[in-house]
Design a protein around this ligand. Structure first.
Ligand code: F6P
Length: 463
């Protein structure tokens, strides 16, 4: 195989510590193993002309990053990507903003990324484009004459057709996916929604045998659930920095057992619903008061997007309400921390907690669920409570699977987890870990790239 070129909006800078979960951490690990080039946004905005990509080498990876100018940042990142596609792909039509000007920024940024990237490509490169920010990139590259194999992977869910058709330019968007040789999704449901859309909405749309066709073009499509590197998380959890941090937090808990949530501060993660479930838990199980603490870590995210600001206030209100109602002078039911922790500290917290509460309302995969399991101590593992609406639920049946909208069901799962015998906890954890090892990050990358290597060369779809 030729050089791997990963393209994503976020690029994990070689100078900064990786954040929890998420795409950038996964791509960094995938590239560390194979080497190659990582192309994307620098994370910087600049006035006026943004200039050429900045290229540098670090430990076998070539980093090529470009700035965005302010209007493009607003229209592309804050606008079409995160106020249109993100809510729609998470079934939140009520939060989606339909703005044609923002789409123009989105299209233009993809066009610029393609022009910058094309100059850095070699003929036998294999290009792997990531996520909803960059859906049109493959088509832009084809229009510049790129004949390399190009694959696309969507880290978010793909919405059912009846949701997607609320978007003013849904056909144009999906048609651009057909310029790729391979389109990958997290879960079979997402693949199913994509096929349903193609068949129902596109001219001559067909789906069969791992391919979709429309507009005279055939593209391979499959489900490739992303994994983690379990050994890396196990190692991190036993590092001195993780242990030191866990010991510090353990001391502060004063004997309380820890229930833990770790999520980017995003409305798809179901944090207010989780708070409500924990309030119900303390109300229905009063003996847990003073004996159990719920810690929610929620690193700030997309803070300039209005829906995220509103959501932050909603969570802060919910935390204040529970604590105001239930706290005692010597016990606080909910600790809420809105900051970014290193992975080592998070692993320390994962291994300290008795319950990992991962209850998104909708999630492509949710790597925190997998990291939580990987970081558990083998002699006294904690229990994962997992939303049925996370892509990870398809692979993690040994977790306690819950409906995150049902606060009583979540509350009872937390109770069951805290009461669970060591034998049952160990049995469930072993089954989960076995799954993580079988479907790990390297396997995800290799399966996707093998399927991409088998495909034919893409072309721009007929309009
Ligand atoms: O996992 C989905 C995703 O949007 C990634 O593409 C992204 O890197 C991550 O969430 C964090 O979001 P953002 O890049 O907007 O901070």
């Amino acid at each position: 195989m030729g050089r791997l070129v990963v393209v994503s909006n976020r690029v994990q800078s070689p100078d900064s510590a990786p954040a929890a979960g998420g795409l950038a951490t996964a791509m960094h690990a995938a590239l560390q193993q194979s080497g190659g080039m990582w192309f994307g946004w620098s994370g910087e905005t600049s006035e006026g002309d943004v200039g050429d990509a900045w290229v540098r080498e670090h430990e076998g990876i070539t980093y090529a990053t470009v700035d965005l100018n302010e209007p493009d940042y607003v229209g592309f990142y804050e606008g079409y990507a995160n106020q249109t596609l993100w809510p729609l792909f998470h079934n939140r039509v009520d939060l989606a903003v339909f703005d044609r000007v923002a789409f123009e920024n989105y299209r233009r940024v993809n066009e610029r990324f393609a022009a910058q990237l094309e100059r850095l490509l070699k003929p036998d490169d294999v290009i792997w484009v990531q996520d909803y920010h960059l859906i049109p990139l493959g088509e832009e590259l084809r229009q510049l004459g790129c004949r390399q194999r190009i694959g696309f992977f969507l880290h978010t869910p793909f919405p059912p057709p009846e949701i997607l058709v609320t978007l003013f330019n849904h056909k144009r968007l999906v048609r651009s996916l057909l310029a790729y040789d391979l389109v990958g999704f997290q879960a079979p449901d997402d693949l199913g929604s994509f096929k349903d859309y193609v068949v129902q909405e596109l001219r001559d749309g067909r789906a069969a045998d791992g391919t979709v066709s429309a507009y005279g073009r055939t593209t391979k499509a499959g489900a490739f659930p992303i994994g983690v590197d379990p050994a890396a998380f196990r190692q991190l959890a036993s590092s001195s920095s993780a242990r030191r941090y866990a010991a510090r937090v353990h001391k502060s808990l004063g004997g309380c057992r820890l229930v833990l949530g770790v999520d980017r501060l995003d409305y798809s993660k179901g944090i207010p619903e989780r708070m409500a479930a924990m309030q119900t838990f303390y109300e229905l199980h009063p003996h847990a008061r003073g004996r159990v603490t719920f810690l929610q870590i929620a690193p700030p995210s997309r803070e300039d997007v209005p829906q995220y600001r509103t959501h932050k206030h909603e969570i802060e209100g919910a935390v204040g309400q529970i604590n105001g109602r239930l706290a005692e002078s010597d016990w606080t039911p909910v600790r809420y921390v809105s900051k970014t922790y290193t992975q080592a500290r998070l692993c320390g917290l994962y291994s300290l907690s008795k319950v990992g509460l991962v209850t998104p309302l909708r999630d492509g995969m949710n790597l925190v669920a997998k990291e939580y399991v990987a970081a558990q101590p083998s002699d006294h593992p904690g229990v994962l409570v997992l939303s049925r609406f996370a892509g990870a639920a398809h692979q993690m049946a040994a977790a306690l699977i819950v409906n995150p909208y049902d606060r009583v069901e979540v509350c009872e799962a937390v109770h069951q987890a805290l009461e669970m015998s060591l034998d049952e906890r160990t049995e469930r954890w072993r089954a989960l870990l076995e799954g993580l090892e079988k479907h790990d990050l390297a396997g995800w990358r290799d399966n996707f790239l093998a399927a991409l290597a088998e495909g034919g060369c893409g072309a721009v779809a007929e309009s």
